[in-house]
Design a protein around this ligand. Structure first.
Ligand code: FAD
Length: 446
């Protein structure tokens, strides 16, 4: 390590650090390699060392030491982000937040936890009391709650509750600022949006208060259809059926199910499928809505025990992962369909790209309306064609959240940083040390 790093490590006192280059390089990565474009830009970027706070006091000390040394800090939770959110562009400290994993309390309808807690662990703790997280990404078994709030958007459960950005889906966030004298700021209610999907550029989150939903016994269901549009049409009907309690509705076109490993016995050759998580008491209603339209090929309680693969690990961005396991030539997109023309637009996109864009939809609520996002698998040729595919979607009213860019701005709908987030960054990170390069509109005033 250089002299500067040695002095920094000395100032950190007894806080554990890792300097072994191989380990630091490996932990500086996330799942950006899904994107051939990001892979070329981010491969090889690394922190200089990993620092492992044991509690909030350690986080405060790290923030103070880094502010004095003007050393960049990139927070890492589970490292499962897709856009290189947790990849340090300018070296410095990789702050592994996983030591902050305590459950402060669970009350009816809400819980407060350390930001480094694994989502799987806190969900299980809530379920033991009859509650569960309103939503989680399909990476629930690896991701942290802080990483989800700082880098994610929604997922399993968003068909009922919408995404993280909907009012009420984050109750509060506790944040440590990066200054010589760090402050602790409690962002309550809407103010918590200052850290939502800001990639850790607007403060180090140490604790989160999250709303809970009543826990259900969930049943994993696969329905096979001759035609993808039949799967999409039924999925949309089930999405609109407010009396049917569900957590996932994912229509997936053939041939994607042919890549689905241990699920293959439930994915008949040539059939498109609808994957669903249905609350046990709603199962009969789900089946009568289906009528004779498709064939149920799987119906089993969601099983998250080690060695088992719950159905949700074939949905959301796990669909892409299942394909990438055997075919590295594909990539993906993130689309949002207009709520008033969902099926019409899905059919139009399908016609426009019959073989190149393999459809995979996720029904969600967005701003209170039922629509679908989609994470189609793309047969990748080159960057120009990928950009053209995105343009052709947007020209036809299908919004794209580009997953092939690494800044907060470029990945956003309006291609700019949220004004509240940018303003708050000046307060929480005046020297611009948090994940530098990810919020490109920030210019330090000092
Ligand atoms: P990390 O990758 O470690 O971090 C994400 C970002 O948050 C980084 O910018 C990091 O610096 C920042 N950060 C982490 N912790 C803190 C903290 N305490 N304070 C400040 N900043 C912090 N996302 C979804 O939203 N929905 C999905 O369904 C979904 N499915 C996925 C499927 C696959 C197979 C993969 C690879 C990814 C998927 N993702 C999904 C993306 C990602 O897994 C989730 O967003 C996940 O919640 C990230 O959590 P993490 O702990 O791994 O965060």
């Amino acid at each position: 390590a250089s002299d500067a790093l040695d002095r920094l490590i000395a100032d950190l006192g007894d806080i554990p650090v890792v300097t072994e280059e191989k380990v630091v390089r490996r932990r500086s990565r996330d799942f950006f390699w899904y994107s051939p474009i990001l892979n070329a830009q981010l491969d090889g970027k690394s922190a200089d060392l990993i620092v492992l706070p044991r509690d909030e006091q350690d986080v405060i000390r790290i923030a103070s030491v880094c502010a004095r040394h003007r050393m960049p800090i990139t927070v890492r939770g589970g490292g499962t982000g897709n856009y290189g959110q947790a990849v340090p562009l300018e070296g410095g400290v990789l702050l592994d937040i996983s030591g902050l994993e305590s459950i402060e309390w669970i009350r009816p309808g809400a819980m407060r936890v350390g930001a480094g807690a694994k989502m799987h662990t806190i969900d299980a703790a809530a379920q033991a009391q009859g509650w569960e997280l309103r939503m989680h990404p399909s990476t629930k078994r690896m991701a942290t709650i802080g990483g989800f709030v700082a880098g994610g958007s929604g997922g399993i459960g968003s068909i009922t509750y919408g995404g993280l950005r909907e009012p009420g889906n984050i109750l509060a966030a506790r944040v440590v600022t990066v200054e010589e004298e760090p402050r602790i700021i409690e962002l309550r209610g809407d103010a918590a949006q200052k850290v939502n999907r800001a990639y850790g550029t607007t403060g180090i989150i140490t604790a989160l208060e999250m709303p809970l939903a009543p826990a259900w016994k969930w049943i994993d269901v696969v329905v096979a259809f001759d035609d993808f549009m039949e799967a999409a049409t039924f999925g949309y009907e089930a999405a609109l059926a407010d009396g049917i309690v569900k957590k996932v509705l994912s229509p997936i076109t053939w041939p994607l199910p042919s890549y689905f490993g241990s699920l293959k016995p439930s994915c008949p050759e040539g059939k498109s499928v609808l994957m669903a998580m249905i609350a046990e008491p709603s199962l009969d209603s789900f089946k009568s809505l289906l009528g004779g339209r498709g064939t149920i090929t799987l119906e089993t309680p969601t099983d998250e025990s080690p060695g088992r693969v719950p159905l949700y690990e074939y949905c959301w961005n796990h669909t892409t992962l299942q394909v990438l396991k055997s075919d590295r030539s594909v990539t993906y997109l993130q689309c949002l369909y207009p709520h008033d023309r969902v099926l019409e637009k899905v059919a139009e996109m399908r016609q426009l790209f019959p073989d190149e864009v393999l459809q995979h939809l996720e029904f969600i609520r967005f701003g209170g309306r039922v629509t679908c996002s989609s994470l189609p698998v793309i047969r990748y040729t080159n960057a120009d064609r990928l950009n053209e595919i995105m343009r052709l979607h947007e020209e036809r009213g299908v919004f794209i959240a580009n997953p092939h860019v690494f800044t907060v701005e470029d990945g956003s709908r309006y291609k700019r940083a949220d004004a509240d987030q940018l303003g708050f960054k000046h307060e929480a990170d005046p020297h611009g040390l948090l994940n530098p390069g990810k919020m490109r509109s920030f210019v330090s005033r000092r």
